[in-house]
Design a protein around this ligand. Structure first.
Ligand SMILES: [Zn+2]
Length: 377
């Protein structure tokens, strides 16, 4: 093929991609708006719209109100043209979610299943994925991929878990799952997946510190609109920041890590009850013991936030399982404690609270394929 031929093809591809991404960002738009905003010729836009519509990527649905003349077709992407499936692996259960091209989790479920490094375990997890796809009669082409968020730090090529002291899953391979699945598969550290969802929800953020308040604590650092992996993949593991060298023993072998104070497990242990029981009782304000436990929890969290804010001068995102339980009052109290005799103040509006709860890592994992798709249409 001649050089000119190639150039025409890639230019066509670029235009198609520009039009699709514009519609995606606007959510709903009209042909004339695309022409004006992208400064593209009417016939080029028409051609691309026809092409995208034929491929099933976009739809023209309804009309815009018009002040005169012909009403304009409302154009939008077909948000479930493709879907992505995310799995959040935990020690005693796994989460499964399916998200559309806007990242809406239209399906979530929790399946109790203890992790074991056996073919039977991997088969049970992947069977659930296949069951979900079969029940909904999704065609294989509709599935962008299956993305696994696991506790434990992965290798830079995302094929193997290198550090996995919580689940004892060091050496777990993506292949352990992917051998049963006829779809693209991906493996990520759950804290990083959670941060990916938070970044998705806050595209305006250049940098942030993410606290993943899950059953085990996790964290991530966002800089330059990206999740910082680090030289050996452990950036953001704030769970092992030492709060008290004489504190409780952490699974990492050290004493007094933030994990032993601010994980949901630690909170459950000091309260002597499940999180689901703890918060309703706490909010009744009848138990001074529970109030004290929560105050201590916030105190330790504030201590960590205050220190980390000196390293990364950026907003803080409270994410994961415990995040939806935080009240406005909790955040105010947290802000006050962070700023007590602090050299630099952290503004109240620089503490953001995630809304996806325990499904945060699974949804974030699923977004890996959605993000990839949107940028390559
Ligand atoms: Zn530790």
């Amino acid at each position: 093929m001649s050089e000119k031929g190639l150039t025409t093809i890639s230019l066509k591809k670029i235009n198609r991609s520009k039009v699709y991404q514009y519609i995606y960002k606007k959510k709903q738009t009209s042909k004339m708006q695309i022409v004006q905003e992208l400064q593209m010729g009417l016939s080029t836009v028409s051609q691309n719209l026809n092409l995208l519509e034929q491929e099933g990527l976009i739809e023209r649905n309804g009309y815009f109100e018009s002040t005169g003349g012909r009403k304009a077709n409302a154009i939008q992407i077909v948000s479930d043209f493709k879907i992505s499936i995310g799995i959040g692996i935990l020690k005693n259960m796994f989460h499964i979610t399916a998200v559309d091209l806007y990242g809406n989790a239209f399906y979530t479920d929790t399946i109790p299943l203890s992790y074991s490094n056996t073919p039977d375990y991997y088969k049970q997890v992947t069977d659930k994925v296949k069951e979900f796809i079969a029940e909904n009669k999704y065609e294989d082409e509709k599935i962008l991929g299956i993305s696994f968020a696991t506790q434990g730090i992965t290798s830079p090529d995302h094929t193997t878990v290198l550090y996995g002291n919580i689940m004892n899953n060091a050496g777990m391979k993506l292949e352990d799952f992917s051998q049963y699945l006829p779809y693209p598969c991906y493996l990520e550290h759950d804290s990083k997946s959670a941060a990916f969802l938070e970044l998705w929800n806050h595209p305006e953020l250049d940098s942030a510190v993410v606290f993943l308040l899950n059953r085990n604590l996790g964290g991530a650092i966002i800089t330059n609109h990206q999740i910082h992996q680090g030289s050996t993949m452990h950036s953001g593991t704030l769970e092992h920041i030492c709060i008290d060298p004489d504190g409780p023993l952490c699974y990492c072998g050290n004493h007094g890590c933030l994990e032993t104070y601010c994980s949901a497990n630690a909170l459950e242990q000091s309260a002597g009850m499940s999180i689901k029981e703890f918060f309703p009782l706490l909010r009744e304000k009848k138990s001074p013991r529970l109030t004290k436990i929560w105050e201590d929890y916030l105190k330790h969290l504030a201590f960590a936030i205050k220190n980390l804010n000196l390293v990364i001068d950026a907003p803080v995102i409270i994410s994961g399982y415990l995040a939806p339980y935080f009240t406005e009052e909790d955040i105010s109290s947290l802000t006050e404690q962070i700023n007590t005799s602090a050299p630099f103040l952290l503004k109240r509006n620089n503490i953001l609270v995630g809304t996806n709860g325990q499904y945060t890592p699974a949804i974030g994992a699923a977004l890996f394929y959605v993000d990839q798709f949107i940028h390559t249409v």
